[in-house]
Design a protein around this ligand. Structure first.
Ligand code: M6R
Length: 364
């Protein structure tokens, strides 16, 4: 049932404020400022290092979470794609928490990586959408993301729910490790509780994004840029676009542009820049100017302040509401998804069932 939407993907994008609200309330029941984990939970005072493994969109959720675990909890983190991890035979040192992220819980590569960690890691934790799945069953602790059934092959609500759970886990890690004073903790929790309402404001930008996607659908290649915690989101935006619209898209950390990819820029190349007005913004703006100086077409996704400071010469702008910096990747996932969705619709591709792809990849 598409609940009045043309595609499951559109329905699943629209459901995000609601399901993310459910996820937050599950781990942070009202009146409580402490993140609650099921069962025996995780004692982060004993964790020295976090190894995160996943595939595709779930991998990008892990890459984003690396910024949170490092910055908020000061915990060393390593992230890898499951299909590489196991064959590298990485040494798993004492005090390692191995964390696997998977919507389906049946991805063969991720499951194999989990099995590699068994008897090596101190604790195996998974972040999953399907509680009865193999990955959930084979973990010491399974953390549900409560996204509900996701049908569209392109993962949307599962991604933002994964991010939400991972952020709450990072907050828990920070609290356990004494890295979070009560005030900052309360600040993070309040920001999380306010998130669903802000996501609704982003969804209201649907028509603007649809118009921007119309222009994007004429491109042959698209570049996505982001800095810091927005870099993994640029990767996710590029993956979404290629998956369903079949337009070649690549993502770079904004600062890497000058080390090669800038050679690709000409008047035919749209460059989507994901940049809330944060401490890295000025740097991103100078990268954007390098693009425009070579006649590249910049699509700037930012907030009021960012757009008023940096929209000169820009091809398209997409306005996001202001948000607590830490939560920006969750919010900016929405324009990334809508942009891919409307571009695919404009091109007439099969949005929910893109060619060559399956919802769950159970072969290695
Ligand atoms: O079920 P999983 O989260 O383990 O799946 C991982 C990837 O196959 C998945 O995220 C894939 O990249 C999606 N099609 C992305 O939209």
């Amino acid at each position: 049932d598409k609940a009045g939407h043309r595609h499951f993907m559109a329905k699943e994008i629209a459901e995000q404020p609601e399901v993310i609200g459910d996820t937050i309330r599950h781990y942070l029941p009202s009146g409580d400022d402490m993140v609650n984990l099921p069962g025996d939970g995780v004692d982060f005072t004993k964790v020295q290092r976090l190894t995160m493994v996943a595939c595709g969109t779930a991998y990008y959720a892990c890459l984003t979470a690396k910024y949170w675990f490092e910055q908020i909890a000061r915990l060393p983190v390593e992230v890898d794609v499951a299909s590489e991890f196991r064959y590298r035979e990485p040494p798993i040192t004492e005090g390692t928490l191995a964390l696997f992220v998977s919507q389906s819980g049946e991805t063969a590569d991720t499951l194999a990586a989990l099995r590699y960690c068994r008897d090596k890691a101190d604790q195996i934790v998974s972040v999953i959408n399907v509680p009865e799945s193999s990955i959930a069953r084979e973990s010491d602790l399974a953390l549900p993301i409560l996204a509900g059934v996701e049908i569209g092959v392109a993962s949307t609500k599962a991604f933002t729910c994964q991010l939400t759970v991972l952020l709450m886990l990072a907050i828990k890690a920070a609290a356990d490790r004494g890295e979070l004073d009560p005030e900052t903790m309360a600040d993070h929790v309040a920001a999380l509780r306010g998130l669903p309402a802000i996501l609704n404001v982003a969804l209201d930008q649907n028509d603007t994004i649809k118009a921007a996607a119309q222009r994007l659908s004429e491109a042959r290649d698209v570049l996505f840029l982001g800095r810091g915690q927005m870099y993994p989101l640029a990767l996710e935006g590029a993956l979404k676009l290629k998956e369903i619209s079949y337009i070649h898209a690549e993502a770079y950390a904004s600062g890497e542009l000058k080390h090669g990819p800038i050679a690709l820029i000409d008047k035919h190349m749209p460059v989507v820049v994901m940049a809330p007005r944060d401490t890295l913004f000025d740097k991103t703006v100078s990268n954007m100017q390098e693009v425009m100086a070579r006649r590249g077409k910049v699509m700037l996704i930012s907030d009021d302040r960012g757009i008023s400071e940096a929209s000169e010469g820009v091809w398209e702008t997409i306005r996001m509401p202001h948000i607590h910096t830490t939560l920006a990747p969750i919010l900016y996932a929405i324009p990334a998804q809508l942009l891919a969705y409307h571009t695919a619709v404009a091109k007439g591709t099969d949005v929910d069932q893109p060619r060559n792809l399956a919802k769950s990849v159970t072969v290695e």
